[in-house]
Design a protein around this ligand. Structure first.
Ligand code: HEC
Ligand code: HEC
Ligand code: HEC
Ligand code: HEC
Ligand code: HEC
Length: 248
């Protein structure tokens, strides 16, 4: 969030006190400009009810995005996983006690190889919140990070199937402990790629579209311009910039 206000604004209160009315007008202009969604939403990373980390699950454990975001290739919307998906792993090391609390149970550990980690997990407040949500049959109430206005249509499947990776729009999620909005999601940003997508097309015969490190390396490689053009021709990929593509 530190980049929301430019450095010189540290001195802003003094400047406006001295400059009076004119400075107040400037202040309104500045606030207007910097608080236009396309500026301040970049870097948006809300605090979540459970401190789930993509860095641990994707970066460290090597999980594929589609293990959790199962609909992303078939649907306009990428789903957020239910607490039961998390419980495929996070029941390990714990058991439900008679009084409704969770206790460490060494017999149930399968991925945790040290007692210390397992005990830490049994009492971990984030994992307790996760297990409680599951036990009560409700999802974790995740706060939304990315949000387009209602008058814009977006389609995940159309992008993934054309060879545009999550990387191009969400950045290195596999390195983020907290999800952060990387790009403005403004109309100009969408159109820049729709007019020439060659920089963003990846060869899915060579790499997995959700392996963000490999995707980044391929997109940064010297022959990307040539590869992108070939892929675009082979796949007959023609993103549209007519208004009806994205607006009702
Ligand atoms: C183990 C399950 C899991 C895996 C694997 C996973 N995610 Fe997520 N993802 C979540 C959960 C839970 C949230 C909601 C909490 C949050 O925002 O951190 C989320 C949130 C997100 C969001 C933000 C959604 C919003 O609110 O705008 C994006 C973008 C995202 N994931 C992309 C990815 C990408 C890309 C990958 C693969 C590189 C991936 N995820 C792998 C579980 C997962
Ligand atoms: C494939 C198995 C697997 C799945 C599925 C999974 N996790 Fe994890 N999770 C792990 C492992 C392994 C660790 C790291 C263990 C450690 O911290 O020592 C971990 C760590 C965590 C931690 C950090 C615990 C700590 O040490 O502070 C949280 C919180 C967490 N997971 C939440 C979730 C949530 C929420 C989901 C579902 C969206 C989920 N996990 C899905 C295996 C999984
Ligand atoms: C072309 C850009 C683009 C690509 C590629 C992309 N996303 Fe997104 N993603 C977005 C936008 C834009 C939103 C906000 C959509 C909205 O508000 O309707 C979003 C939202 C999300 C959300 C929140 C739920 C939703 O659908 O609104 C998740 C989760 C997510 N993306 C995961 C992924 C994963 C995983 C991949 C790769 C397999 C991926 N995205 C690829 C642009 C993209
Ligand atoms: C990094 C490149 C890139 C970005 C960024 C991008 N797109 Fe796309 N978009 C594509 C490509 C490539 C296609 C697939 C075109 C094809 O298959 O012919 C596509 C297809 C689509 C489609 C499906 C069109 C159809 O005919 O079915 C929609 C809708 C769309 N984009 C909306 C958006 C919106 C809205 C944004 C911004 C929030 C956006 N796109 C950002 C590259 C991009
Ligand atoms: C590739 C997708 C895409 C195409 C094509 C597109 N738009 Fe947009 N448009 C967007 C997105 C995304 C936003 C939301 C921008 C934001 O929230 O900052 C938007 C916002 C707008 C707005 C509201 C601007 C504002 O600041 O309130 C208008 C008006 C608009 N578009 C008109 C058009 C017209 C006219 C065309 C055709 C010439 C067009 N759009 C084509 C994606 C697109």
């Amino acid at each position: 969030m530190s980049m929301v206000f430019p450095k010189w604004m540290n001195h802003f209160p003094t400047a406006s006190a001295l400059g009076g009315g004119a400075a107040a007008m400037t202040a309104i202009g500045v606030v207007w400009y910097y608080f236009t969604p396309s500026y301040w939403e970049v870097g948006y990373e809300p605090i979540q009810p459970v401190e789930y980390s993509h860095q641990i699950h994707v970066g460290l454990l090597g999980m594929d995005c589609r293990y959790c975001h199962t609909d992303v290739e078939e649907s306009p919307h990428a789903n957020i996983p239910d607490s039961s998906t998390c419980m495929n792993c996070h029941t390990a090391g714990t058991k439900l006690a008679d009084d409704g609390t969770y206790e460490f149970d060494p017999a149930q550990t399968f991925y945790l190889n040290s007692d210390l980690i397992a005990k830490h997990h049994a009492n971990n407040p984030n994992l307790i919140r996760l297990r409680n949500a599951y036990a009560e049959g409700r999802p974790v109430e995740w706060r939304r990070v990315h949000k387009l206005p209602d008058y814009v249509m977006f389609n995940h499947a159309a992008h993934i199937n054309a060879g545009v990776s999550c990387y191009s729009c969400h950045g290195r999620i596999d390195q983020q402990a907290v999800v952060r909005q990387e790009h403005p999601l403004s109309m100009g940003w969408c159109l820049e790629c729709h007019r020439d997508p060659t920089d963003a097309l990846i060869d899915t015969n060579e790499i997995r579209i959700t392996d963000l490190g490999a995707v980044e390396a391929q997109l940064m490689s010297e022959n990307q311009a040539e590869r992108g053009r070939e892929l675009q021709e082979q796949g007959v990929i023609v993103p549209s910039d007519s208004c009806g593509t994205c607006h009702y």
